[in-house]
Design a protein around this ligand. Structure first.
Ligand SMILES: [Zn+2]
Length: 139
């Protein structure tokens, strides 16, 4: 059974219009969500860019960061092609920048971890720098 939003009359599930007031059961509500003009990839890029920053600490920032960059570039390309019907240029740019920061931080952290010490223990190298240096024949 489905209830008519206008008159509260209970109709059969297969009814295409209300038996009480005659109002048609259309798709009017569904259409509302399709009209978003912000490019979806731009939104993804921004969200991924933002979550990349805390993820740097867990050494996963580069994954979301790289995805944010890819989505951001894709969004900017699609926005440009849409000839003004889509927005989100700034959003995607921020996503790209945050993505670059996350990837850059991950790379810097990896270099730092590999050559000096391993403060977060996340590069796959054992945490003891002495052992690491010994293994490489530096000490
Ligand atoms: Zn009705």
């Amino acid at each position: 059974m489905k209830r008519c939003p206008k008159c509260n009359f209970l109709n059969e599930d297969f009814a295409s219009s209300c038996g009480g007031c005659g109002a048609p059961f259309g798709l009017g509500i569904v259409k509302k969500f399709k009209d978003s003009k912000t490019n979806l990839y731009a939104k993804y890029a921004l969200v991924l860019g933002i979550i990349s920053i805390p993820l740097i600490y867990f050494c996963l920032g580069w994954i979301t960061g790289a995805t944010a960059i890819a989505f951001g570039i894709l969004a900017r390309y699609k926005i440009k092609k849409s000839q003004g019907t889509q927005t989100g240029g700034t959003m995607s740019l921020v996503g790209i920048i945050l993505g670059i920061v996350a990837v850059g931080a991950a790379v810097a952290l990896l270099i730092y971890a590999a050559y000096i010490t391993n403060p977060m223990g996340c590069s796959g190298i054992p945490g003891n720098p002495e052992l690491f240096l010994e293994g490489r024949g530096i000490n």
